[in-house]
Design a binder for this molecule. Structure first.
Ligand SMILES: [Zn+2]
Length: 491
């Protein structure tokens, strides 16, 4: 039996064995409707009822949209296209979907303009055509579609089919956000957070993230969660952050899963539970998230929340590297260079280091320098070290210092070496501290200062050094040297 709500503001439709007491949406009376009397749009409402049913009835959904389209409803035709695109109640047929979207556009469906735009942008069922996609979004945006406005803004952000123009992106996002489009609100807040295409504005950023969260946008939950976790512009609230990540993760947000995993790994905002952290990483990694793949690889490499396993680590690093994660590239290269969990292959390692360094990964830049130095290419090595030092990386101070101290790849200059070690030591770099102690003990590049040397040396040896620090290039040798220096001083 088909029935419809009698409230003209509601127009809910349903189907079942018996007439419900009242409309579940608005409480108004419902009346039985005969199939023959249904309009195209009413068939579409009935299709949506079945699409949203628990569990969804795909075949009946498709049937309703077909009837709707047959009666000339643009809305129903657009939804029939969506069934074809996503394979709801039928095998996916993207070309048929595109054809239906075009028909629906002719019937005045603004939603179909957006769907058609997405097909053109991504090359679904039709050749890829960024310019055509942007034109569809613009038409939808100008018809007042909030989704169209957000999609058009994304074109301006990324330069898809239009000149990149962040200010225009902000304008369209503002329009979409004011209409209550939650993911548009998140995107707008991000512009305010980072000052892209508009002035940075903490107050507006927080306010729009909060609205987006109210609207149920998982991305917004991750962004607002991050502010709460770090205390940026809001009162620090690690537990509140965890709550938001958890909500986002349960809605299927991969970023939410990774951030929740990080909190569980570190015990931030809730008790640490590395094994559960790994489970969230694994879930997101299986969905193809490269950050999750990297975190999963790291868990295996360090044996956190899971048994230590270099083979698994190499597998997940490689996956994330292939999807463009610079951190994944660097760590995969490390395993290749050291032959851990994968056959040693320095050439391949160098390729991955280079790719990661080009993406701005400072560790990869440094590591690239290290292997160039080992291969005797000192000037290129020094170049890498200099760039890594400019980004504040502690190990780069040590390696450059060695070059100045030994006159390899640079003119010998003990003063310069001492300065570099001192700077690197301030950053907590263990290798630099070892060398600094030796400079002070021997008067290299600075005044001899035995009391300070033995104090610094003793402090370092009293620290418990993590396996990761001890695994740094040259660290064990430096510590052996430090012990010799301290022994000599005591004699
Ligand atoms: Zn109703």
């Amino acid at each position: 039996m088909i029935y419809g709500c009698t409230n003209q503001e509601c127009l809910w439709f349903g189907e079942g064995d018996a007439l419900p007491q009242a409309c579940p949406h608005c409480g108004h009376p419902v009346e039985e409707r005969r199939e023959e009397s249904l309009t195209g749009d009413e068939w579409c409402r009935l299709g949506l009822f079945w699409a949203e049913a628990e569990p969804p009835q795909e075949e009946r959904t498709l049937e309703c949209f077909r009837r709707s389209a047959g009666l000339g409803s643009g809305w129903g035709t657009c939804n029939l296209g969506l069934c074809m695109e996503q394979g709801i109640g039928t095998q996916p047929d993207p070309r048929q979907a595109v054809w239906l979207y075009k028909q629906a556009v002719e019937m005045g469906s603004v939603a179909a303009l957006c769907n058609l735009g997405v097909c053109l942008e991504q090359g679904i069922g039709t050749p890829q055509d960024p310019g055509g996609a942007a034109a569809m979004y613009l038409a939808a945006a100008e018809h007042g579609s909030a989704r169209g406005q957000r999609l058009l803004a994304h074109c301006f952000e990324e330069g898809v089919g239009v000149e990149q123009d962040q200010a225009k992106a902000v304008e369209w996002l503002r329009t979409a956000a004011l209409q209550g489009e939650a993911s548009g609100q998140t995107a707008l807040a991000r512009h305010y957070e980072f000052g892209i295409g508009t002035d940075q504005d903490p107050e507006l950023a927080v306010r729009w993230y909060e609205k987006a969260v109210q609207g149920g946008d998982p991305d917004g939950m991750c962004c607002l969660g991050w502010l709460k976790q770090t205390g940026k512009w809001v009162d620090p609230d690690p537990a509140g952050a965890v709550e938001l990540y958890h909500r986002a993760a349960q809605m299927g947000s991969l970023r939410g899963m990774v951030q929740l995993g990080d909190c569980l790994m570190e015990g931030a905002g809730l008790p640490a539970d590395p094994a559960l952290a790994v489970e969230w990483y694994r879930k997101a990694a299986k969905e193809g998230d490269r950050e999750a793949m990297f975190s999963l690889g790291l868990s295996y490499e360090l044996g956190q929340g899971v048994a230590q396993d270099y083979t698994q680590a190499a597998h997940w690093y490689q996956q994330s590297a292939q999807l463009g994660s610079a951190a994944g590239m660097n760590n995969f290269a490390e395993l290749l260079a050291k032959g851990r969990g994968v056959a040693q292959d320095l050439d391949k390692a160098m390729e991955w280091y280079k790719k990661a360094a080009d993406l701005g990964n400072v560790y990869a830049l440094y590591n690239l320098g290290w292997y160039l130095e080992q291969a005797g290419d000192l000037s290129k090595a020094r170049d890498c070290y200099e760039k890594a030092k400019d980004q504040g990386m502690g190990s780069a101070y040590w390696s450059l210092g060695r070059m100045y101290e030994e006159g390899r790849g640079a003119d010998q200059d003990p003063k310069q070496a001492y300065t570099l070690y001192r700077e690197g030591a301030k950053k907590g770099n263990v290798n630099c501290i070892c060398r600094l102690v030796r400079c002070l003990a021997n008067g290299l590049g600075t005044q001899k200062d035995l009391p300070r040397a033995s104090k610094l040396g003793a402090e370092l040896l009293a620290e418990e050094l993590s396996p990761q620090v001890l695994d740094n290039y040259g660290c064990r040798d430096e510590l052996v040297m430090l012990l010799d220096v301290l022994n000599d001083m005591n004699e």
